[in-house]
Design a protein around this ligand. Structure first.
Ligand code: SAM
Length: 274
């Protein structure tokens, strides 16, 4: 079932409904497994404090824009405003449950600014914990003559106050897996052509983060959803998602992607008899 809940619906759709929060036992029951085609600011404004189990996201940084000249016009068009870490982190801090984890994809250029935006917060606020490294299976281009080739991305890991315990096996902060012959393998980059989006993250990594930081049935929020990879990973892990995506084309394609994932997962559970 398609569930775009637009604040100002961009795609006319009988299943598209404005946000109506029902304050029964779960204050977010009406938002679980919905994609909001619009500015995440509006969605943040509707979320109660201390309500989100995990926030996992990949914002559109300035460097991300300037490093991608081909996509520049499109990216410019879809950014409602420049990304600013401090006000964004204020919103993250407010909506996360105490102890909840926060992951923010970034590169070596944006990382210092993100850490600085976490400084000076109260002990019960958002706190920097670690920096995870995704070593890519191949490297990008960048400055071919006078710089090292970029081959990794960072994921800033923070928590609200004292961190809740991790939910799965503890891992090192460099992300890799071992094949059947015990050889180290890196997670592959996703092609720019997949899902017609330029910065799609690997599902395998997203699943590791989600399983580490949430229990089944908990809610994973990605306010910069892009192609909705975080939503797919949440569904695959048996978690609920809440997504926002500003660009209507990405939102529509993301919604179709999530419908497909749901169909595939329900087919699988029918076959396994569960
Ligand atoms: C770096 S991409 C995320 C890609 C995503 N990690 C994936 O795997 O597909 C950032 C996305 O944020 C969206 N975006 C930018 N500003 C936004 C805003 N204010 N509210 C919601 N989405 C926004 C852009 O349209 C873009 O698709």
């Amino acid at each position: 079932m398609c569930r775009i809940a637009g604040i100002r619906p961009l795609v006319p759709n009988s299943r598209t409904a404005p946000i109506e929060l029902q304050h029964d036992t779960d204050p977010l029951s009406g938002l679980r497994n919905t994609l909001h085609a619009g500015d995440n600011d509006e969605l943040f404004g509707k979320l109660p404090a201390d309500s989100i189990d995990l926030l996992l996201t990949d914002p559109p940084y300035k460097d991300y824009q300037s490093n991608r000249p081909v996509a520049h016009d499109k990216v410019k068009k879809i950014c409602a405003r420049d990304f600013e870490a401090r006000p964004f982190f204020d919103q993250v801090e407010r909506v996360l449950k105490p102890g909840a984890h926060f992951y923010c994809w970034c590169d070596h250029l944006t990382f210092p600014g993100l850490v600085a935006a976490l400084e000076g917060r109260p002990t019960e606020g958002l706190r920097y914990k670690n920096c995870l490294v995704w070593v890519k299976n191949n490297h990008g281009a960048g400055d071919l003559k006078s710089n090292w080739a970029p081959q990794h991305e960072f994921i800033l890991f923070a928590c609200k106050g004292r961190a809740r315990p991790i939910e799965s096996r503890r891992r090192g902060n460099v992300l890799y897996y071992k094949d059947d012959e015990d050889r180290i393998r890196f997670f592959r980059k996703v092609s720019n052509y997949d899902f017609e989006h330029g910065t799609v993250k690997p599902i395998e990594i997203l699943k590791i983060l989600i399983e580490m930081s949430t229990a089944p049935g908990e809610l994973v929020f990605d306010p910069y959803a892009g192609s909705c990879s975080t939503g797919e990973a949440a569904l695959a892990c048996g978690r609920d998602y809440l997504l926002a995506e500003l660009d209507p084309d990405h939102a529509r394609r993301g919604d179709e992607r999530l419908d497909e994932v749901r169909r595939a997962l329900s087919g699988k559970s029918r076959h396994s008899g569960s």
